[in-house]
Design a protein around this ligand. Structure first.
Ligand SMILES: O=C(O)CCC(=O)C(=O)O
Length: 281
């Protein structure tokens, strides 16, 4: 118990002061193996997708992180998971990301507000740059499914830069030149918790080792300016047996693993459909 308290206090302080913290061994190896199987079809199809929260196993993992005793103290009050992106980097699907802050969040609809800017569509979802106070409240949890270090494209961050507000590209580079950057190694099953305003970048992988990360974003439940987090019509389908024609059919392009593999699975041959918050509270 004492260890848990010490760990969460120091991680809270790190998140506050340097903008990130690494917490090892959040997921047991058996769960990492299970998740690795679940994401196989995504990894084969793409190097990154923001759409994973549509999958029940992913929103359930978000909920597991949200209530984890090590992580909960680091999240905004009434935190809800608002996005999950898979970043699957390997020598075959290799990329670099230049220095930036994460400024956009997914929202349910447009609002007229001078404090909101940069409206955009990504993979069919609406995104906006919300007021800075929202970004300052958001926390990302990056779940590492592989050991990750500089050789396979670990994030490089500029410590403390999350406290500087929105930065132009030239101010970002100036800050990196002034403060330097560090590479954040995380072992398989561990997480990196970070503020989205923390300046970050990543290099191409130079080793054969894959680097798969599930990047969850947690926001406060209430948003200003009439903004709302997206909601979704969540459908739980038994993919083996199909569904009734008046409801959504299983997408043959999606593996069975995409659908509910948990106790929430619908009875054989049936579909359960419910309008639930896209991002579980
Ligand atoms: O994981 C990466 O390499 C990139 C992550 C990133 O740039 C982001 O989350 O904005």
């Amino acid at each position: 118990m004492l260890n848990h308290m010490v760990l969460s206090i120091s991680a809270t302080q790190l998140l506050e002061t340097v903008g990130y913290a690494v917490i090892p061994s959040i997921l047991p190896d058996s769960q990492v193996q299970h998740l690795s199987r679940l994401i196989t079809s995504f990894v084969d199809a793409t190097h990154s997708t923001r759409k994973l929260l549509d999958a029940p196993w992913c929103s359930e993992l978000g909920e597991q992180l949200r209530v984890d005793p090590h992580l909960r103290p680091l999240l905004p009050s009434n935190a809800q998971v608002v996005q999950c992106t898979l970043f699957a980097k390997s020598v075959e699907k290799n990329w670099l990301v230049s220095l930036h802050q994460d400024l956009s969040v997914p929202v349910a609809g447009r609002v007229e507000s001078s404090q909101c800017s940069g409206w955009s569509q990504k993979e069919g979802d609406l995104f906006v740059q919300p007021p800075i106070a929202v970004l300052e409240d958001i926390v990302a949890i990056r779940v590492h499914l592989d050991d990750c270090d500089e050789s396979n494209g670990a994030l490089r961050v500029v410590s403390g830069s999350h406290r500087l507000g929105r930065l132009t590209s030239s101010a970002a580079i100036e800050e990196r030149n002034r403060c330097g950057e560090c590479s954040v190694a995380v072992a398989r099953g561990g997480v990196m918790v970070m503020r989205p305003l923390l300046l970050h970048a990543s290099s191409k992988a130079s080793s054969d080792a894959p680097r798969r990360v599930l990047h969850f974003v947690f926001g406060p439940s209430d948003l200003p300016e009439g903004l709302r987090w997206p909601t979704r019509e969540r459908t739980v389908v038994n993919a083996r047996c199909g569904s009734r024609s008046d409801r959504r059919r299983p997408d043959p392009g999606r593996s069975q693993e995409w659908y509910a593999l948990s106790e929430r699975r619908a009875p054989r041959g049936q579909t359960r459909s419910a309008a639930v918050p896209k991002y579980l509270p």
